[in-house]
Design a protein around this ligand. Structure first.
Ligand SMILES: CC(C)(COP(=O)(O)OP(=O)(O)OC[C@H]1O[C@@H](n2cnc3c(N)ncnc32)[C@H](O)[C@@H]1OP(=O)(O)O)[C@@H](O)C(=O)NCCC(=O)NCCS
Length: 169
């Protein structure tokens, strides 16, 4: 049984399994998911490598993790989310949801849960969010989950709009 990282009202975020490969491929092989990313549509090999890497990492806490986003009730995988390494104890939040699941408030629900639960259960000091300046949906979610916009900064090969939320002790 895969480890459950956390639950929200409508979603479960859990460890990846090799059985998830077709569902993740279905989501990540769609070009629209990558519109504002340097990435492009995934093939089956890239999907398998991603899942193998995430299983090998075997995340035990929310300090850094990546998991499958599962819709409660249907048990369907609708995307992936997690906290990526950015700076020491200051990770970056990420979501990628299947196109058919956009606009239903799922990213906002995930973001609020990650912030609340990761701050409560780990010693990370803040969480960053980076969005392509034209990625309005992503920027809106970062604002809705209480992050402060701190302007454009270089991130990987791009100038991204940066957001941050600090842990209040
Ligand atoms: C960005 C993403 C995660 C958002 O997920 P989501 O579940 O659709 O987000 P939510 O439904 O919680 O909120 C989206 C908000 O943006 C708004 N929005 C979406 N597109 C918009 C647009 N073009 N213009 C203005 N507002 C827009 C929605 O109306 C909603 O705001 P509201 O609740 O005030 O109405 C999802 O679109 C996605 O996976 N995109 C591809 C990958 C990506 O860009 N990831 C982010 C970077 S890691």
């Amino acid at each position: 049984m895969e480890q459950i990282y956390f639950e929200t009202e409508r979603l479960i975020v859990r460890q990846w399994s090799f059985y998830d490969i077709p569902a993740l491929f279905d989501i990540m092989s769609n070009d629209f998911v990558h519109t504002y990313a340097e990435d492009s549509a995934w093939d089956m090999e890239k999907t398998e490598n991603y899942i193998r890497y995430m299983i090998d990492r075997d995340f035990k806490t929310l300090e850094l993790f990546h998991g499958a986003v599962v819709l409660k009730g249907s048990n369907k995988i609708i995307g992936r989310t997690g906290l990526n390494p950015y700076k020491e104890k200051q990770p970056e939040i990420e979501w990628k949801l299947g196109v058919g699941y956009w606009g239903k408030g799922y990213a906002t629900e995930l973001g609020r849960a990650i912030i609340g639960k990761a701050f409560a259960a780990t010693d990370i000091s803040c969480i960053y969010g980076m969005a392509h300046p034209d990625n309005i949906a992503s920027r809106k979610v970062l604002e809705k989950i209480g992050m402060e916009c701190i302007g454009l900064h270089k991130f990987r090969n791009n100038e991204d709009m940066f957001y941050v939320i600090k842990k209040v002790n």
